[in-house]
Design a protein around this ligand. Structure first.
Ligand code: ATP
Length: 656
């Protein structure tokens, strides 16, 4: 079970843990904010004092200075609070993004594969920004506005309890409505985040296959499909907006209603001489001062509620199961010297009765791919894996890299079960050139040294030469420092493939896995590459998946895989004699004009083992006599000195 190797690590509440790490700076910011609140709460009192002094003809210098001082102190604390809270917010989002990045890069591939990449991106970029706002600005605003409101309410209660009761009844009704709206807002915000994620996900799907979209004339279809998702996000966004739009005014209506009642009742009491004008003015000033924090408080509630939806989504991302139990300590890994493997010269790789099924979808539906595979790869030399498409060849490589755990049996690396070795060690010992050669945006040099960032110039030059990339690099405008685009655009498919091969050579692995590494190479480059394989396989184990049998025709060992089972193992000649499927694969390539013969043996040898007319078994072991109805092909150079080979029917030569 793939999950069996998954660690859990930080799961739900991961964002809360990050928040705790940064709580000191947040508390400092909130304290500064509360000092600002204290300064602003004393302002109405100072205004009352000023009015009283003016009314009694006392000197106004001190009350004015006191008031101005309070304004300045309030402004100072407010701006300090803003800076400190903003800084804490940036620290929080930085830590959350670092955590998300680490968890994503170490995620278990089965779990990762179930999530659309666009949604993952939306969560990692947009949702983390919302988390920042929720956990810094909104939270600080909630505390400081809440404190201002509470302080104001207490002081107003002290000034006049009856007027305060009237105010409270108006504000209470508005608060009940606002809280109900906030709950609805949270639901709508969560839906909107999901809808935006689905939009991003689909956009990423088409952008990553834009040439296919264009070539399939699917622009209108895709525009409609993505437009529908954008429309869904728009509708839930409008709902969020509507609840937001109601939230603040509902509180405004409450405070304005309270103000109207307070002014009416208060002035009546003043007219009757039951209340002092300065007291009423102070009370009204506090009420005015309450309006803005109350509105801010409910705005912060709205923002925080939206942020909680984002926190939930980021927590889900962080909770993705991890491979190998989470971050492994990076260890320097080198190719072992001959005989350095633990034990007595164990095979570089060994499969022992390995069974494996991929899991798909939310129900973990199983696709059984390997049904008891056993074979071993010697510590030096070339082992080829051939078989029909979908036989499970690339899956073998995925298991050697321990991207997935087996369901049964064992995969051993240098005699040790891969699941017992640290992942970092496994990946250091195994070099992997994938089927779709994974070049990246960056310079050629960065691409080359990706698996071995400390590679020296000599090593780089040697790898570039070995991979047949030297003339390509020499022709680039800035040589090794030439920038490549996404997926290595700027190089041809074959050049990208050679770049990836050079990268793996630089890694100096103990086992080199090549998945269709020559599929983009012309037959000349392929012949050169076979020489490279020869050289590399003297130093380490090379396992190559090849559809072109010519690439691996002289492999020490060829494993024939069919429908997840090893059906035969042996050298080319042996397999040609005794395995029907292998014979068919080799034969069909020949007839398809894949260059098998020319690439395998060179033009001069092609004639030898491709002669029509029933010559005895030749080097390639191809059946020499054409079967009835079969058109026998002969390889010949198109023009003298030209490197491209062409297969012609034998008869065509005579016809010329
Ligand atoms: N990530 C995956 N999730 C589910 N099924 C998968 C996954 N990868 C491959 N498969 C399935 O596993 C089977 C074997 O795939 P694999 O890529 O190993 O075959 P292959 O022999 O390398 O094929 P090809 O020669 O076409 O590259 C296929 O049926 C494929 O659909």
């Amino acid at each position: 079970m793939t999950g069996s190797k998954s660690g859990s690590g930080p799961a739900s509440g991961a964002v809360a843990s990050v928040f705790k790490q940064h709580s000191a700076l947040l508390i400092a910011g909130v304290l500064l904010g509360l000092l600002g609140v204290a300064a602003s709460l004393t302002q109405p009192w100072a205004i009352g004092e000023l009015i009283a002094a003016a009314g009694s003809g006392d000197p106004l210098g001190l009350p004015v200075a006191r008031l101005v001082g309070l304004f300045c102190v309030g402004a100072l604390f407010s701006s300090l609070q803003s800076y400190v809270i903003g800084r804490a917010g940036e620290n929080i989002v930085h830590s959350v993004r670092q955590l998300v990045t680490e968890r994503l890069l170490r995620a278990d591939l089965t779990a990762f594969g179930k999530r659309p990449q666009g949604d993952i991106l939306t969560r990692a970029v947009t949702d983390t920004s919302l988390v920042k706002i929720a956990l810094s600005q909104s939270l600080a605003q909630l505390i400081t506005s809440g404190a201002t409101v509470t302080g104001g309410v207490v002081l107003m209660f002290v000034i006049d309890p009856w007027l305060m009761l009237i105010t409270m009844s108006c504000l209470g009704a508005a608060a009940v409505v606002s809280l109900a709206l906030a709950r609805k807002l949270r639901k709508a915000a969560l839906q909107n985040r999901d809808d935006t994620g689905a939009f991003g996900s689909d956009m990423q799907r088409v952008l990553s296959a834009l040439p296919t979209v264009k070539a399939s004339r699917a622009e209108s279809r895709e525009t409609a499909r993505i437009g529908a998702l954008a429309g869904k996000a728009r509708r839930s966004g409008i709902r969020v907006n509507a609840y937001n739009a109601l939230l603040v005014p509902s509180m405004n209506v409450g405070t304005q209603g309270a103000l109207a009642v307070v002014v009416g009742v208060g002035m009546t009491w003043v007219a009757r001489g039951e209340m002092n004008m300065a007291v009423l003015t102070t009370f009204i000033m506090y009420l005015f001062q309450l309006v803005s924090p109350l509105v801010m408080f409910f705005m912060a509630v709205g923002q925080f509620v939206q942020g909680r939806a984002a926190i939930q989504r980021v927590d889900e991302l962080v909770a993705l199961p991890q491979e190998g139990g989470g971050a492994a300590a990076a260890t320097a890994v080198r190719r072992p010297a001959p005989g350095a493997w633990p034990g007595e010269d164990p095979p570089a790789v060994e499969f022992r009765d390995v069974r494996f099924a991929y899991r798909r979808g939310p129900q973990d539906d199983r696709t059984q791919v390997l049904h008891g595979v056993s074979f071993s790869v010697p510590a030096r030399g070339l082992t080829a894996v051939v078989g029909p498409s979908g036989a499970g060849k690339s899956t073998l490589f995925q298991l050697i890299e321990h991207f997935y755990a087996t369901d049964g049996g064992r995969v051993l690396l240098g005699g040790q079960p891969v699941d017992a070795l640290p992942l970092d060690t496994v990946r250091g010992l195994v070099g992997y050139v994938q089927q779709d050669s994974a070049a990246m945006r960056g310079t050629v040099r960065e691409n080359l040294t990706y698996a071995n960032p400390h590679a020296g110039e000599d090593d780089i030059r040697e790898a570039v030469e070995m991979a047949g990339l030297a003339t390509v690099v020499a022709g680039l405008p800035q040589g090794l420092d030439t920038e490549l685009g996404d997926q290595g655009s700027g190089l041809s498919g074959g050049q990208r493939q050679r770049l990836c091969i050079a990268r793996t050579l630089l890694q100096k692995p103990a086992v080199m896995l090549l998945d269709e590494a020559t599929s983009h190479l012309d037959s000349d480059s392929e012949r050169d590459f076979r020489d490279v394989l020869r050289r590399v396989s003297r130093q380490c184990a090379v396992v190559a998946i090849a559809h072109r049998i010519s690439t691996v025709i002289d492999a020490e060992q060829i494993v024939v895989l069919e429908a997840g089972r090893v059906r035969a193992t042996g050298a080319h000649q042996e397999l040609m004699e005794r395995d029907e499927l292998y014979r068919r694969l080799a034969g069909s390539q020949l007839h398809a004009g894949s260059g098998l013969v020319g690439a395998a043996a060179g033009p001069e040898r092609a004639e030898h083992f491709m002669t029509a007319g029933g010559s005895p078994a030749n080097r390639s072991g191809m059946p020499a006599a054409a079967r009835p109805g079969e058109q026998t092909m002969r390889l010949q150079p198109v023009r003298s000195g030209e490197q491209t080979m062409r297969l012609r029917p034998v008869g065509s030569e005579e016809q010329r």
